[in-house]
Design a protein around this ligand. Structure first.
Ligand SMILES: Cc1ncc(COP(=O)(O)O)c(C=O)c1O
Length: 306
């Protein structure tokens, strides 16, 4: 039995809800060998009256764009994928915080690098999930690996093969006693965390690297920019140099899994006071309310499951 099936009863695969134990693929599946897949990470939050999926349509739109960039043709629309997600959550009857993982992958048939005639398959799994990184603050290391530049890989696509860059960077940071890696782009400017976007606060202003700094265009990043501006904070998308991180008053990471995670230590430097800063805490508090349906103003970001 797969360890996953201790927590998951049903998975959506190629249009059907099937038992978790039956959601198997062959070892000669193309995506396993060459990373020929695109995926999403989405969260569902239990509010007082319902389970809410955060920015579901936006995630599915990014998935289709990722597939388009890689050249994978899907038989499903955004709406089909939204409905399939709701269907699989309801089948499992989840009434708690969950993580949702849709994946579009090249199936089996050949090990040639030519994917033109190979099947494109789609799976959506959801499972109970808590924190990914400590919300009270983490230690990060600037990775010795650089973030893959978009002249070599289409980094705007959330593509599986590209994640080897993140995996080796995170492994290095963990081995050295840190919690997360921060990658520089090929030019030496700050890019992002292994699975998160990054923000800094200096002199009361919030800055985050632009999409031209080899980042994934995060949906949490977009949410935080909008929330911060609604709180009358100045937010800039601009190139950030490494020393600005070391001397920042606050640093935080954003991502579906990481939510808003304060970074209190980078390399051998204490950030600000060494505790999560006031702007980070304010944004964290606002975000936590929004995702659970406790802020009417942002309810359009939520899809109620039941
Ligand atoms: C490399 C990378 N950057 C940024 C993010 C943040 O993106 P989002 O906020 O859409 O989850 C993620 C997570 O999906 C990621 O894997």
């Amino acid at each position: 039995m797969s360890v996953w099936c201790n927590k998951i009863r049903y998975i959506w695969l190629d249009g059907k809800i099937i038992n978790c134990e039956d959601a198997k693929i062959h070892v000669l599946t193309h995506a396993l060998h060459y990373g020929t897949a695109v995926f999403e990470g989405i969260r569902g939050y239990m509010g007082v009256d319902n389970l809410y999926v955060f920015r579901l349509t936006d995630h599915m739109a990014r998935l289709l764009n990722s597939a388009k960039i890689i050249g994978l043709e899907l038989a499903y629309s955004i709406e089909d994928l939204v409905n399939a997600t709701l269907e699989v959550i309801r089948a499992n009857n989840y009434k708690e915080d969950i993580y949702i993982r849709p994946i579009v992958f090249v199936g089996e048939g050949s090990l040639s690098l030519n994917i033109a005639n190979l099947p494109v398959r789609v799976a959506i799994a959801a499972f109970p999930f808590g924190h990914y990184l400590k919300p009270s603050g983490i230690k990060a290391k600037i990775a010795s690996w650089r973030r893959v530049p978009s002249v070599s890989m289409p980094i705007m696509a959330k593509a599986s093969g590209i994640y080897l860059n993140s995996v080796i960077s995170l492994s290095e940071a963990l081995r050295l006693g840190f919690d997360e890696a921060i990658l520089l782009d090929i030019r030496g400017y700050i890019s992002e965390g292994s699975g998160e976007n990054i923000f800094i606060v200096r002199k009361g202003e919030v800055s985050t690297p632009p999409i031209t700094a080899s980042i994934l265009e995060g949906i949490t990043r977009d949410s935080v920019i909008r929330i911060a501006r609604d709180l009358d904070l100045k937010v800039y998308e601009r190139d950030i140099i490494r020393e600005e991180i070391y001397t920042a008053d606050e640093v935080f990471l954003t991502g579906t899994a990481a939510e808003i995670t304060p970074v209190v230590f980078v390399d051998n430097h204490v950030i600000g006071s060494g505790e999560p800063g006031p702007i980070t805490l304010k944004l964290q508090k606002a975000y936590d309310k929004i995702v659970r349906g406790l802020d009417e103003k942002y309810k359009h970001w939520l899809t109620a499951v039941y």
